[in-house]
Design a protein. Structure first.
Length: 504
C-alpha cells in the first residue's frame, strides 16, 4: 500500500504537481494584483489628503495661495502687486512727513508775516517826520522785540530738523550781539534743501533753505545815500542788504612850489578826499582859501590853520614855508581809505571806477567808483533785491536810533529806504508762503492718487490670492466625500484575507 497521492516511489503524482504549481502562480498573481490595488489606494488617499489639507488651510486663512507651490504663476503676480503696494506705502509715509514739515513752515511764515506787518507800521511812523528822537527810540525797542521773536521762529524744528536749515544739522541762524542787542544775524544753515521722494520720480523738499526763503533774490544796482561822492563801481557787488561805507582821510599833499604844507591836525582832521580840491594863496595879501571858501588871513607863522570850503569840507595847513610873493592856485591830492566792516579792514581809495572793498567778516565785496570821491563820511549803501528779514529790521532799528549820527535829512532818507527794504522782504515772505501753500495742495492731491494706486494693487493681489468661499465649500465637501469613500474602500480591502481571493 502506498500513501494517497503518491506513486510507488513515494513521490507526488504528476497531476498533483501541476495543480500545486498552478495554485502558486494564482496566489502570486492575486498577491500582485492586491498589492497594486493597495498602492493605488494609498496614493489616492495621500493625494486627496494633501488636497484636503490645502483646501482646509485656504478656508482657515481665506487665501487661495498660501505658498508658491499652490500656484507659481499666481504667486509671482501676487508678490509683484504686494511689492507695488509696499512701495506706495513708503511713498505715502514720506509724503505725510513732508506735508507735516511744510505745514509747520506755513504756520511759521504766517506768524512772521504778522510780525513783519507790525514792523512796517512802525517804519511808516518813524519815517513820517512827526516823531522825535525819544519816540523813535521807543520804536527801536519794539523792533528789537520783533527781531528776537523772528530769530526764534527761524530756528524752529520739526522732528529734530530745523525747517529753515537746509541740509545742515545746526541751528540755521546765529545772532551776533553787542551790548545785548542783535547787530547781525548770520545764516549758518545748508545751501541745499532735503529732497524726499514722495512718488516715482517725484521729490519735494521737506526742509527749506532759509537764506533763500527769507531773503529777496532780485539784486539791483547799489544805492549810495550819502554825500562822500562815492558811487556804484564797475563790477558786480556781492554784499547784501544794507551796508555802511566808512570813508576816512589818510594824507593830504600839495603840488607845486608854493611852500604850503599839511598842518599838525591834517592826518586826523582833514575831511577832503580826492584830486578835485584846490588852495588859492595870495601871499602878498596874506590870505588863503580852500576851493570856493572864504579866504582866511595868515601871517606865515601858523602850524595848524583850518580852512573850509562852502560845503564845510576842511583842511589844516602849515603856512610857515609859503614862498614870498606867491600868488596862485595849488592842486591838492587827499588820499583816504574805504571800509564796510566798521574799520576792521580797509582798502585804499584809488580814485578809479572799480575800487573793491571787502567785508572781512564774510568775504563779500562792494565795488565803489571813487573817481568823484570828495570827502570823508559814513555812506549808507543799500543793495536792492538782496535784503533778508533780519538785516532789514536791524537797518530800521539803527536808523530809528540814528546810531551813525546822521543829519536829520539823511536820517529821514535812511528810514525811508529801511521801509522799502521791509516791503521787499514782506513780498518775499508772501512768495514763499504762497509757494508752500501750492506745494501742500499738490501733495494732498498726490496723496489721494497714491492711496488709490495702493488700493488697486492690493485689490489685484487679493483677486488672485483670496479664495472664493462658495466654490471652496463645494470643493471641500466633494473632496471630503471622495476621501471618505476611498478610506472605506481601503478599510474593506484590509479586512479581506488572501483566501477570499482563492478558489478552494
Amino acid at each position: 500500500m502506498h500513501a494517497r497521492g503518491t506513486d510507488a516511489a513515494g513521490m507526488p503524482p504528476l497531476d498533483c504537481e501541476r495543480q500545486c504549481t498552478g495554485r502558486r502562480r494564482k496566489e502570486e498573481h492575486t498577491m500582485a494584483g492586491w498589492t497594486s490595488i493597495m498602492n493605488v489606494t494609498q496614493q489616492a488617499l495621500r493625494s486627496q489628503g494633501e488636497e484636503l489639507a490645502r483646501l482646509q488651510a485656504a478656508a482657515a486663512s481665506g487665501a487661495r495661495i498660501n505658498r508658491a507651490s499652490d500656484d507659481p504663476t499666481g504667486a509671482f503676480k501676487v508678490l509683484d502687486f504686494r511689492a507695488d503696494a509696499a512701495s506706495l506705502e513708503t511713498y505715502m509715509r514720506n509724503l505725510d512727513a513732508v506735508t507735516e514739515s511744510l505745514q509747520t513752515v506755513s504756520d511759521i511764515l504766517q506768524n512772521m508775516s504778522a510780525s513783519l506787518a507790525r514792523a512796517q507800521a512802525l517804519a511808516s511812523q518813524a519815517s513820517s517826520g512827526t516823531y522825535d528822537a525819544r519816540s523813535r527810540a521807543a520804536i527801536a525797542t519794539e523792533i528789537d522785540c520783533i527781531l528776537e521773536s523772528l530769530v526764534s521762529f527761524a530756528n524752529r524744528q520739526y522732528r529734530d530738523r530745523y525747517v529753515f536749515g537746509g541740509g545742515a544739522a545746526e541751528a540755521p541762524y546765529a545772532a551776533v550781539r553787542q551790548g545785548g542787542r542783535i547787530v547781525r544775524v548770520e545764516y549758518r544753515g545748508g545751501a541745499d534743501g532735503v529732497p524726499v521722494p514722495v512718488a516715482a520720480g517725484v521729490e519735494y523738499d521737506a526742509i527749506l533753505v532759509g537764506d533763500r526763503a527769507l531773503r529777496a533774490a532780485a539784486r539791483g544796482q547799489p544805492l549810495f545815500l550819502g554825500h562822500t561822492g562815492a558811487a556804484p563801481g564797475a563790477g558786480t557787488s556781492s554784499v547784501r542788504g544794507d551796508v555802511w561805507l566808512t570813508v576816512r582821510h589818510a594824507a593830504t599833499a600839495y603840488a607845486g612850489a608854493s611852500g604850503i604844507a599839511p598842518g599838525a591836525s591834517s592826518a586826523a582832521g582833514d575831511t577832503i578826499l580826492g584830486t578835485g580840491h584846490t588852495l588859492t594863496i595870495d601871499q602878498p595879501a596874506g590870505t588863503v582859501a580852500l576851493d570856493d571858501g572864504t579866504p582866511v588871513a595868515f601871517t606865515g607863522d601858523e602850524t595848524d590853520l583850518r580852512l573850509a570850503n562852502a560845503a564845510g569840507d576842511a583842511v589844516y595847513v602849515d603856512t610857515r614855508a609859503v614862498a614870498a610873493g606867491f600868488q596862485g592856485t595849488v592842486a591838492i591830492r587827499a588820499d583816504g581809505t574805504l571800509s564796510i566792516d566798521d574799520g576792521a579792514s580797509a582798502a585804499a581809495a584809488t580814485f578809479a571806477p572799480g575800487d573793491a572793498v571787502t567785508d572781512s567778516r564774510d568775504g563779500r565785496v562792494l565795488y565803489v567808483d571813487t573817481t568823484a570821491l570828495a570827502r570823508v563820511g559814513v555812506e549808507p549803501v543799500r543793495l536792492p533785491g538782496t535784503n533778508d528779514l533780519f538785516g532789514a529790521l536791524i537797518a530800521l532799528r539803527d536808523a530809528a536810533l540814528n546810531s551813525r549820527g546822521l543829519s536829520a535829512e539823511d536820517t529821514a532818507a535812511v528810514l525811508g529806504k529801511a521801509r522799502d527794504a521791509l516791503q521787499e522782504v514782506s513780498g518775499r515772505l508772501t512768495e514763499t508762503l504762497t509757494a508752500t501753500g501750492a506745494k501742500l495742495q499738490a501733495l494732498a492731491g498726490l496723496r489721494e492718487n497714491l492711496d488709490a494706486a495702493k488700493g488697486f494693487s492690493e485689490q489685484r493681489a487679493s483677486a488672485i490670492e483670496d479664495v472664493d468661499l462658495v466654490d471652496l465649500a463645494a470643493e471641500l465637501a466633494r473632496l471630503q466625500t471622495l476621501y471618505q469613500v476611498t478610506m472605506a474602500s481601503a478599510a474593506r480591502m484590509l479586512t479581506l484575507s488572501l483566501f477570499d481571493y482563492l478558489d478552494t
